[in-house]
Design a protein around this ligand. Structure first.
Ligand SMILES: [Zn+2]
Ligand SMILES: [Zn+2]
Length: 450
């Protein structure tokens, strides 16, 4: 997937720094400052205009990026990466999305001094619905089934189709290609945090105001003067730049360990895992199975203790019944959903959720972070929304329970981070405990860019 670059300065020494999009951590190569960026509301970026003009105004576009998952009827679950931009105000512009423009240039964090930034008017949630609907339309295009039909052959001219005297004209088993109609039942979007991108336009006055593209100067729309004034009067008065947290453990002061796009940060000093909520560090309980294997590579999962009364799912015995699986142990234990805290392409992501939730790996609270672990990229509050889709993937009697999915409200009882051990081979990492499952290394590498 495409990535953007954002130009900013080190808040400590002012040195220029280029951040990748979705990079949460700022590392200054000059003064060695390391900071965790905490946006206030959405991240707000601006595309710098090519031509300097006092007239420039900035129009807002919402960016929708992440993994979209939808359960359909007839029963089917689909996951797709989504990466789109939408004009966030209601004006007839020739340019309703930014297309490739953000990649073609370096973005900056939007700041009110640069010119009027028009306030977004279109609701993010409505756009999200539109974006997930687009997954639906691609599905109907692709999903062609071949069906045996008693089809009256076309090209019979004016003959009476009800005249059955010549039965040879009937073709009893011709293959017909029909579009199967899928109706979405539940959609979940694992977003990366919404962001706004402001695009520069230069208004050119005349009988009506022409809006010129601030990069190419080509006209991209026009509007009447009062409407334009209404927009610029409504410009945002402040565009808060992201807040920062020093990457020092709030408990012991040690340097926190994390990758640039990590959501959670680890403290090797006091062996704690910290998540970030509302601009503050919060401790995250973590678990590993029995003793640490020093040769293993640990992948982080969110282990979510849950119950789903609407589907009569309360413990592992219920889960086995729901999945139509024979369980050797008749013992019932609390039910946990296991959802990756890392990113891979959506199809594989769902498969991992299914395999590990069915396997219910046993893990226990630990006081030492495994030496060799993969970064935690996804926050728990986002992945737990995925439980209905995971259940849709797991359940056996899909025709029966899919129509009930919109009513499914999983109860979340406890959330912890479970590090599960994988053996490393040349091309894969392989889980070899209660179940055997391999993940290609390339899938993990590619997933970091999702
Ligand atoms: Zn610096
Ligand atoms: Zn610490």
């Amino acid at each position: 997937m495409r990535t953007w670059q954002v130009e900013t300065q080190c808040p400590q020494c002012g040195a220029p720094i280029t951040l990748k999009e979705a990079q949460h951590v700022l590392n200054c190569p000059y003064c060695k400052t390391r900071l965790y960026l905490t946006p206030k509301g959405p991240f707000r970026y601006a595309i710098p205009p090519k031509i300097a003009s006092d007239e420039t105004i900035f129009l807002p576009f919402w960016r929708i990026k992440g993994l979209g998952f939808t359960a359909y009827l007839p029963p089917k679950t689909v996951g797709k990466p989504i990466d789109k931009t939408y004009l966030a105000i209601d004006i007839p512009l020739r340019m309703m999305s930014l297309g490739m423009r953000p990649q073609a240039t370096k973005l900056s964090f939007a700041s009110v001094e640069e010119g009027p930034f028009v306030h977004p008017r279109v609701n993010f949630k409505d756009l999200l619905k539109r974006a997930t609907r687009q997954i639906d339309s691609t599905l109907t295009e692709r999903e062609v089934i071949h069906k045996e039909t008693n089809l009256f052959m076309s090209g019979l001219g004016d003959s009476d189709p009800f005249d059955h005297s010549d039965l040879s004209r009937w073709s009893p088993s011709k293959t017909q290609t029909v579009f199967k109609k899928y109706e979405p039942v539940v959609s979940v979007f694992l977003d990366e945090g919404n962001s706004l991108i402001y695009f520069p336009v230069i208004p050119e006055s005349g009988t009506s105001v022409i809006l010129n593209d601030g990069l190419t100067t080509k006209p991209i729309g026009k509007m009447d003067l009062p409407s334009l004034e209404r927009f610029t009067h409504n410009a945002s008065e402040s565009l808060p730049s992201p807040g920062t947290l020093p990457l020092l453990c709030p408990n012991c002061g040690w340097d926190l360990k994390c990758e640039e796009e990590s959501w959670a940060v680890l403290c090797p000093g006091c062996n704690r895992v910290w998540g970030i909520r509302q601009g503050h560090y919060t401790p995250i309980p973590f678990e590993i199975p029995a003793n640490e294997d020093p040769d293993a590579f640990y992948l982080p999962f969110w282990k979510i203790q849950t119950a789903v009364p609407q589907l009569e799912l309360h413990d592992t015995r219920d889960l086995a019944r729901f999945a139509n699986q024979v369980r050797i142990s008749s013992k019932s234990s609390p039910l946990h959903a296991f959802i990756p805290a890392f990113k891979v392409q959506p199809r594989l992501f769902l498969q991992i959720c299914k395999v590990f939730t069915l396997a219910q790996p046993e893990t226990h609270l630990a006081d030492k972070i495994p030496k060799n672990s993969y970064p935690v990229l996804l926050p728990p509050q986002k992945v737990q929304k995925l439980i209905p889709i995971v259940l849709a993937e797991i359940g056996a009697k899909k025709d029966r329970f899919f129509p009930e999915l919109p009513q499914v409200k999983p109860e979340i009882k406890q959330v912890s981070l479970a590090f599960l051990p994988f053996k490393q081979t040349g091309y894969e990492v392989v889980y070899q405990e209660s179940v055997i499952f391999a993940i290609p290394r390339n899938a993990l590498k590619w997933g970091r860019k999702l």
